[in-house]
Design a protein around this ligand. Sequence first.
Ligand SMILES: Nc1ncnc2c1ncn2[C@@H]1O[C@H](COP(=O)(O)OP(=O)(O)OP(=O)(O)O)[C@@H](O)[C@H]1O
Length: 359
Amino acid sequence: MLLELEQLRLSYGDHEVLRGLTLHLTRGQIGCLLGPSGCGKTTVLRAIAGFEPVDSGEVRIDNRVFSQPGRTVPPEQRDIRIVFQDYALFPHLNARDNVAFGLREGRKADRRAQAEEMLSAVGLADAVRAQPHELSGGQQQRVALARALVARPRLILLDEPFSNLDVELRERLGIEVRSLLKAFGATALMVTHDQQEAFAVADEVGVMNEGTLQQWDRPYNLYHRPANRFVADFVGQGVLIPGRVAEPGKVDIELGRLEGRLITDVRPGTDVDVLLRPDDIIHDDDAPMTAEVRYKVFRGAEILYTLRLDSGDRVLALVPSHHDHRIGEQIGIRLDTEHIVAFPRGEARGEYCPTELFS
Ligand SMILES: Nc1ncnc2c1ncn2[C@@H]1O[C@H](COP(=O)(O)OP(=O)(O)OP(=O)(O)O)[C@@H](O)[C@H]1O
């Protein structure tokens, strides 16, 4: 294990921000913390970097304890580099000297040579002498990444690294950053509130809420096998519709019988809310079952339909956009679920339907 956070607790005054957070990263792994604003993501990074002392628990890196109550190894002794949202480049230094600053030892000429090499690795060979203000946001963030990578630190922390960039660039840069981190065998932990960004960059993603980790998993599992309602709600779109567990692996809902592996632990006879993602509902003109189009959002390649079932419940369906149906039309649908996510009934139904689609 390269990074181990064990039962971390951390408060600002009376406000407990981290409440027993445990997380492990292996060497070469890229992790990401995803969660709503204020859930404590940045605080986790600050605790790892050594900027905040912990109330209880431990931060271990490479099997050494770096933080525990009453003892915080200073940031400069941790061999960690941070890439910030605002890039934090020195405005008066050119790209090469900004990167060379990441190397604290060695002769100036050697440091500059290494910095130039690193800038070519991040695709900025032509920008070596450019000042930060002459570079685009994406280029500046690549300089910041080069500065973090050049020293081959134990761990790289990335704090919302793409949030100042436009959406299209974010995804592209996310993929680039991932391949660079992998090429250098770097271990990294990023925080973001943007799930597309998390999925593009990380091997494993942790969904946080109110200072605790709700699930640490591969993006596929977060989406298809959410551990609880919070994760189901926070990751991706979908609706919860009522059902009843008929027998193990079989759940009856208005649309028929779902068969598949039950992800959650619910017994036969239990009333449940079943998670249906937009990709679980297939539009099929030949299907005997129909639903009424209530809303549609054009997304280029696809249309996201909000459909009303006979009972009044609504589901979402993601459909190739040449199937362009009118509001009010009845369209054929069938289910395509290979596993079933069902939560025991109890909490309010429909709580996590995206309201803008249902208003
Ligand atoms: N230095 C501080 N002093 C007091 N409270 C703080 C301090 N830093 C953060 N907080 C509070 O701790 C909580 C968690 O903050 P943190 O920045 O870790 O959340 P976050 O998940 O990174 O949020 P965001 O996505 O908005 O950056 C928030 O309620 C915040 O107001």
